[in-house]
Design a protein around this ligand. Sequence first.
Ligand SMILES: *[C@@H]1O[C@H](CO)[C@@H](O)[C@H](O)[C@H]1NC(C)=O
Ligand SMILES: *[C@@H]1O[C@H](CO)[C@@H](O)[C@H](O)[C@H]1NC(C)=O
Ligand SMILES: *[C@@H]1O[C@H](CO)[C@@H](O)[C@H](O)[C@H]1NC(C)=O
Ligand SMILES: *[C@@H]1O[C@H](CO)[C@@H](O)[C@H](O)[C@H]1NC(C)=O
Ligand SMILES: *[C@@H]1O[C@H](CO)[C@@H](O)[C@H](O)[C@H]1NC(C)=O
Ligand SMILES: *[C@@H]1O[C@H](CO)[C@@H](O)[C@H](O)[C@H]1NC(C)=O
Ligand SMILES: *[C@@H]1O[C@H](CO)[C@@H](O)[C@H](O)[C@H]1NC(C)=O
Ligand SMILES: *[C@@H]1O[C@H](CO)[C@@H](O)[C@H](O)[C@H]1NC(C)=O
Ligand SMILES: *[C@@H]1O[C@H](CO)[C@@H](O)[C@H](O)[C@H]1NC(C)=O
Ligand SMILES: *[C@@H]1O[C@H](CO)[C@@H](O)[C@H](O)[C@H]1NC(C)=O
Ligand SMILES: *[C@@H]1O[C@H](CO)[C@@H](O)[C@H](O)[C@H]1NC(C)=O
Ligand SMILES: *[C@@H]1O[C@H](CO)[C@@H](O)[C@H](O)[C@H]1NC(C)=O
Length: 531
Amino acid sequence: MAALSLLALASLALAQTSLDSFFPPASLVGFPGPTPTGNEPYEVATGPAAPAQTGYFPLVRFRPSDQPANGTYDPFAVSFGNLSPALSLPPTTFSPAFANSSALIPPQCSLSQVHLLHRHGARYPTSGSAPASFGVKVANSTGTFNATGPLAFLNTWQYGLGAEILTPFGREQLFDLGVSFRVKYGHLLDTFGNGTLPVFRTTSEDRMLKSALNFAAGFFGIPYEDQYHQSIIIEAVGFNNTLAPYETCTNGNNANGAAGTTAANAWVSVYLAAAAERLTALSGGLPITAADAYAMQQLCAYEINSLGYSDFCPLFTQDEFRAFEYSFDLSFWYSNFFGAPITAAQGIGYVQELVARLTQTPIATHNSTTNSTLDNSAVTFPLTQPIYVDASHDTVISAILVALNFTSLAATGPLPTTHIPPNRAFIVSQVAPFGTQLVGQVLNCTSPSGTGPAQSYIRWLLNDASVPLTNVPGCAPDPYGRCPTDTWVSAMKTRIQQVSFARDCLANYTIPDIIGANITDGRPPATAVFH
Ligand SMILES: *[C@@H]1O[C@H](CO)[C@@H](O)[C@H](O)[C@H]1NC(C)=O
Ligand SMILES: *[C@@H]1O[C@H](CO)[C@@H](O)[C@H](O)[C@H]1NC(C)=O
Ligand SMILES: *[C@@H]1O[C@H](CO)[C@@H](O)[C@H](O)[C@H]1NC(C)=O
Ligand SMILES: *[C@@H]1O[C@H](CO)[C@@H](O)[C@H](O)[C@H]1NC(C)=O
Ligand SMILES: *[C@@H]1O[C@H](CO)[C@@H](O)[C@H](O)[C@H]1NC(C)=O
Ligand SMILES: *[C@@H]1O[C@H](CO)[C@@H](O)[C@H](O)[C@H]1NC(C)=O
Ligand SMILES: *[C@@H]1O[C@H](CO)[C@@H](O)[C@H](O)[C@H]1NC(C)=O
Ligand SMILES: *[C@@H]1O[C@H](CO)[C@@H](O)[C@H](O)[C@H]1NC(C)=O
Ligand SMILES: *[C@@H]1O[C@H](CO)[C@@H](O)[C@H](O)[C@H]1NC(C)=O
Ligand SMILES: *[C@@H]1O[C@H](CO)[C@@H](O)[C@H](O)[C@H]1NC(C)=O
Ligand SMILES: *[C@@H]1O[C@H](CO)[C@@H](O)[C@H](O)[C@H]1NC(C)=O
Ligand SMILES: *[C@@H]1O[C@H](CO)[C@@H](O)[C@H](O)[C@H]1NC(C)=O
């Protein structure tokens, strides 16, 4: 029997190999036709207006249960936290001062360098997380309940999502990001030294690598292999990796990094109590808790991102989706943003790399998450590229924003777990959605009259909206969010001196009540007890 199936396998492989000879590769077939290329596009300099990412084709928009047919609120776009698709944000998202700002380079400026830090695309849920557990609960109970109305689909529904890897839509997001980045910034490729290939970086995790390769396919076109070098940094416990710093930050993986879950769970029991009763009444014998209802909202998000549509979505109201967003805001704030004690330290390694690139000076001291083997080599960590592209994760990008001291995102202070405060400064779907992009433009600008000497400036765009730098000493208010590069770099050097990876990430300390400690700087508070 075993021998037979081995034989069958072998002959299948043989058939496969012999079939291949019927389909020779393009290199053998020849006859490609003419293949001239055109000028590099440079939309940020030549465009009359900045392009905007406004859609998420081919996913289907749904209506919350209380939304009329002509309603305009689109929860999938703005209320799914880190499970939202990245969309271009209005210019005034982070400050009313930026009404005239966009991704277009400002007047009287030329662009010398661009730094892109992006997230991977839409993915399946984490192995064994709430959506999968709810799937097991339903499977265990099938036949014992008879749901009705909008929940009737649950009688035959089965959990069918993968885990961890990119969904087809996630691949599209990164391919599209690569295409858009080429159309905006392609001209900078002309300023690479002749014979020098760009080095882009990602981590070894499957969805990270595939995100980087889909980006490359969009940016360079296929085959992309001979057009750049892909650095794949090991993402695993104990390895230094600025794009996955939690692998060495001990305190990020113990109680010091866990307050986000506590805060989100507290909020879930507030905002989904009524939904749990409503859904239980429809379930015909399956008790639905608030935690189950939360799993169902997550299933809505993950199924849309994976399958294009989800029957779970129309079960919830508009306010329940607004509250769903807030659950992510709480989770990130207290574990991965200004409200957590370990985030400045987690993000600082990337800031050290950024300073190295901006000053063309190798990192002198490797005392955070940088890897000296990789970062001290001009081959694997070049310091003279006009274009830098790094791929990372939601919680890492949020930590890097803290390390970069983008404190306007924390301006409204700690988030309460009892209600949604009006006009909060921090919304995860704006900061860390699937495919989120943080772009640093290094500009060479003369004064508006064109008379003053040209000077180097840097500015930051988060999903196309300028981020204020006015909290940084020496960065004056500017309608485009610019700060003199020297001034900003020297502030980042100060920041690197201030933040201690050894203390914040590795020391043994406990914080009696992290949520009540009102942390707003991403560092251990005065109430931390060091052992
Ligand atoms: C939607 O339709 C209703 C009923 O026709 C109308 O009263 C309401 O103004 C419409 N809302 C919008 C946003 O168009
Ligand atoms: C935007 O530009 C317009 C026209 O030049 C100007 O009147 C306005 O003050 C600018 N707004 C801001 C916020 O800079
Ligand atoms: C499902 O059933 C199995 C076997 O009876 C049990 O071990 C498991 O705890 C159940 N899971 C849930 C989520 O109910
Ligand atoms: C479920 O309920 C519906 C409506 O009450 C009823 O028509 C149907 O027969 C029930 N199905 C089962 C399997 O009990
Ligand atoms: C690369 O070589 C081409 C052709 O000789 C030249 O026009 C271009 O300026 C060179 N680019 C750089 C960055 O040196
Ligand atoms: C640094 O990177 C190299 C190359 O991938 C790897 O062999 C080494 O284990 C890494 N070191 C640390 C501490 O992560
Ligand atoms: C990895 O990081 C630790 C802690 O910051 C540091 O002591 C070590 O030298 C780093 N290793 C490498 C290879 O950079
Ligand atoms: C900056 O712009 C000025 C004026 O356009 C130009 O003379 C100078 O070479 C530029 N400097 C850099 C570093 O690009
Ligand atoms: C960081 O921002 C805070 C205020 O938001 C400011 O007081 C501090 O000087 C900034 N630090 C650096 C190094 O720019
Ligand atoms: C690295 O060491 C320097 C000098 O001791 C210190 O000022 C800085 O805070 C340290 N950086 C990190 C990220 O731990
Ligand atoms: C945190 O803020 C709350 C609300 O303003 C206040 O009641 C509490 O005393 C603060 N906690 C600390 C440790 O400062
Ligand atoms: C931290 O210190 C406490 C109190 O001394 C001790 O009980 C605990 O084992 C220490 N934890 C680690 C990881 O060393």
